[in-house]
Design a protein around this ligand. Structure first.
Ligand code: ZN
Length: 140
């Protein structure tokens, strides 16, 4: 969501697309993959706005429901796991956010496409990006 003064971005990605599994990590390698992906998300380098907008990340939250350990005797076991993130930006010139680029593909090897939905003061819409086409125009 884009406003005059900033952007709030929300991400939701299935564990299989993000790290290749949807359960508690079973090895140091899997834990490392999950930790690296979470760090890549909060580093926010994957979401790019025009330099003229002067957007700065000032807050982020990342949740990973379904990746936690469940006790062996637990009634139910995780059927699904995903990463959810909220990133908050302040933009010196929010009105010049006319496009954005989504480059999650370097951090998530299994990921093929990302569905992007946006709301701005002037328009709203959706688009699908992929490795070769990562740019989304927000023009009304
Ligand atoms: Zn799932």
């Amino acid at each position: 969501m884009l406003e005059e003064t900033g952007v709030t971005a929300q991400l939701r990605i299935a564990g299989m697309s993000a790290v290749g599994f949807e359960r508690a990590p079973r090895s140091a390698a899997e834990r490392g993959r999950l930790d690296r992906f979470r760090s890549a998300i909060v580093s926010a380098g994957w979401l790019v706005f025009p330099a003229s907008a002067g957007c700065q990340l000032f807050g982020s939250d990342v949740l990973a429901p379904g990746f936690e350990e469940t006790p062996p005797d637990a009634e139910t076991h995780n059927e699904h796991a995903e990463i959810r993130a909220t990133l908050r930006y302040r933009c010196a010139n929010g009105s010049s956010v006319s496009e954005l680029s989504v480059n999650l593909f370097d951090s998530a090897q299994e990921l093929e496409t990302v569905s992007v939905e946006w709301v701005t003061p002037l328009s709203q819409g959706s688009a699908v990006v992929g490795r070769r086409q990562q740019r989304v125009s927000l023009a009304p």
